[in-house]
Design a binder for this molecule. Sequence first.
Ligand SMILES: [Zn+2]
Ligand SMILES: [Zn+2]
Length: 247
Amino acid sequence: MKTYQADLHIHSKLSPCGSWDMTPHRVVERAKTAGLDLIAICDHNAAGNVGAFMEAAEGTGLVVIAGMEITTSEEIHVVGLFPDRESARDVANSVQSTLPITDARYASRFGEQVLMDPAGNILGYEKHALAMATTFTLEETVSLIQDRNGLAIPAHIERPSFSVYSQLGDLPRWMPFDAVEVSPVAQRPIGLREKFARYGFPMVGSSDSHFLHEIGRARTLMQANGASFRELEAALRKEEGRGVDYA
Ligand SMILES: [Zn+2]
Ligand SMILES: [Zn+2]
């Protein structure tokens, strides 16, 4: 058993708010420099760049998990992590079927949504308005993710926007979350993280990077037998001495 370092919430330029620097090869390079073993690419309501990141990481020793950050109808952000890119793609198709198509003014207001190859060349632009909320409730979103054997993790739970805390006033402890995600230290309201820690969910730390320099600024320390989706799942369930902590 060894400690692996993971950053399970990183955006690419497919997210309208993502930086143009968030290309597959540059993110992989930066993650390696930051000492990470495992990253998850989580664009807003989309997973179209996940395959390019997996290919960019081949042979580098960095493992890329297929992820997504879904906006529920309550405007809560939920990270879904998936065992493979096909599951992520299917869930992305479901959530995008509830989103409007972008109009001429969308990109100037929210930003471009760029599909890329591993080298960062532009393959096209996503037409669904990824910045909008889906029609899936929090409960439906968790089911949608878990029905495809994914891990459902409410994002940045103590942040004052787009979180369970900001939208519901609390962390619903009866929901079957696989883990909950805390934000980088700078965004922590005093006492809230400690309060939510008592609810008993495994806690992961993620950077929610939209820019290269943010990668690894928060991380999950995973006690496991390898860096993979399966080992992460086992660590969240504390199987055979595995576990997670955050830094
Ligand atoms: Zn978010
Ligand atoms: Zn995010």
